[in-house]
Structures are given as C-alpha cells and as structure tokens.
Design a protein around this ligand. Structure first.
Ligand SMILES: [Cu+2]
Length: 152
C-alpha cells in the first residue's frame, strides 16, 4: 500500500514536471514567435501604394499652403503629395500639417519636414475646401485652407 502510494507520488511529480516543461516550451515558442513577428514587420514594411496619375505637390508651413487652388478632373486618378516645411520644434502643431477634404473623405497628415501622399480618383465635379486643422488656429485660419476644383 505504502509502496504504491510512493509510486503514485513519484508519478504525479513526473507528470507535473512534464506539464511544466510543456507550458515552458509553449511560452518560449510564443515569445520567440512574437519577437520574430515584430522584427519582421519592423524591417519589412509593406511598401506604400504606388503614386498613381498626376502628382500634385503642395507644401505647407506656418504661413499656409503654397497653393490655394488645385484643379483635378473627374475620372482621372490624382496624387496629392503634401510636404511640411516646418521642423518639429514648432510649438503649434509640432511641424505637422494636414490636407483634408471632408466631402471626399480625404485626409493625410505629414510629419515635420516630411511628405505624405494620397491617391484618389474624383468621381463627380464640384468645388471643395481643403484644409489643415493642426496648426495656427486650424481650419478657421484662411491661410490654412484652399479650393479643390473637380472639373467634369
Ligand atoms: Cu497646417
């Protein structure tokens, strides 16, 4: 009786060790897998979508956009590339600028001294307001807005 009891204890102990080893291996594999995943995604970012159609460059700084009117055509893909000329030391907006058109659901934000772009194909003619709502009073500031004209 006491011998069988000892055997069972020993077996129970071995079983516990096996479970611990299994849990430990699963943990190691998950941690390594996760680390690998983050490493891969950090170094192999998917490339941004290709700039299609006409590329229109707009620069923005604290005094506003360098273009107040942008002309595009219905059905023709166009890329708006926004460049911020401000550095990150600006207290107002931190050097970031935005180019957004609410009605067309367009919105890009560019980092200080960097560019960002958005490609779209306007599908109906009209006149829209593009704006930056990040710096200097935001979209209420007349220098931080302009007109996007879509021709039919
Ligand atoms: Cu701005």
């Amino acid at each position: 009786m006491s011998k069988t009891l000892r055997m069972t204890r020993k077996q129970a102990h071995q079983r516990q060790m096996r479970i611990r080893k299994t849990i430990f291996s699963v943990l190691i594999v998950s941690v390594l897998g996760l680390a690998g995943y983050f490493l891969v995604s950090a170094f192999f970012r998917p490339p941004p979508p290709v700039m299609a159609g006409n590329v229109i460059d707009i620069a923005a700084d604290m005094s506003g956009f360098d273009q107040k009117e942008i002309l595009v055509k219905v059905g023709e893909p166009v890329t708006i590339r926004l460049t911020s000329l401000d550095n990150s030391h600006h207290t107002d907006g931190g050097g970031k600028h935005q180019w957004a058109v609410d009605e067309l659901d367009l919105n890009i934000i560019t980092q200080p001294e960097k560019s960002n772009y958005i490609t779209f194909t306007p599908d109906k003619p009209g006149e829209y307001t593009f704006y930056c709502d990040i710096c200097c009073g935001g979209r209420a500031n007349p220098t931080m807005s302009g007109k996007l004209i879509v021709e039919g």
